[in-house]
Design a protein around this ligand. Sequence first.
Ligand SMILES: NC(=O)c1ccc[n+]([C@@H]2O[C@H](COP(=O)([O-])OP(=O)(O)OC[C@H]3O[C@@H](n4cnc5c(N)ncnc54)[C@H](OP(=O)(O)O)[C@@H]3O)[C@@H](O)[C@H]2O)c1
Length: 186
Amino acid sequence: MIIKKNLKNPIFCIVAMNENRVIGDGKNLLWYLPGDLKRLKKITMGSPLIMGRKTWDSIGKPLPGRANIVLTNSISLKADGAIVVNTFEDAINKADEWIGLNLEINPDPIQKKIFLFGGAEIYKIGLEYCDNIEMTKVKFNFKNGVKFPKLNERDWQKTKLEHHLATDNVPEHSYWHYKRVAKIIK
Ligand SMILES: NC(=O)c1ccc[n+]([C@@H]2O[C@H](COP(=O)([O-])OP(=O)(O)OC[C@H]3O[C@@H](n4cnc5c(N)ncnc54)[C@H](OP(=O)(O)O)[C@@H]3O)[C@@H](O)[C@H]2O)c1
């Protein structure tokens, strides 16, 4: 478990990747998994999402029922329906604020968790703050693309939750929960 001062709400990572840790081509996802998108919606609803500007661009609109927090170096980015930040620390602060405020207004749908939503640059910055990963493993032959960071396998306890065989349009995929077992004191 990461023991990190000032982390008011835990940060969960959510990601879909292939066997080479590829998560996308740099602009978009490489696969279309309708079941996984439903799962992602269910898991993240009522939470803040921290995403990179390129992922924001690729989605093209805010995901409803969640705070869409976009990390960019730009000081003039306009992103309708999103909260724009320039540092990861500020992203966490805005996420905590959003949870606090919304818990007061309408607590029912709000989860006291933040999601690290990608892409690769944001996973690289934020993974060390996560003790949990909701991972979709996709059987999809593709080597060149943006990649999820390499995990130290011994640091994670892995539980397979569901397996889905390939159909005509959807590649084989499975859902996993990774729980950090290594103790990191920051
Ligand atoms: N399979 C999945 O689960 C999944 C999930 C999410 C995304 N994706 C895929 O991932 C790809 C995009 O990933 P990516 O790594 O290329 O881009 P990204 O992480 O989405 O965004 C990168 C951008 O974030 C901003 N940024 C990064 N670090 C920053 C920092 N320390 N401070 C301020 N701003 C910072 C910069 O924006 P500026 O250039 O504006 O400064 C940078 O260009 C797409 O293909 C997308 O489809 C896949």
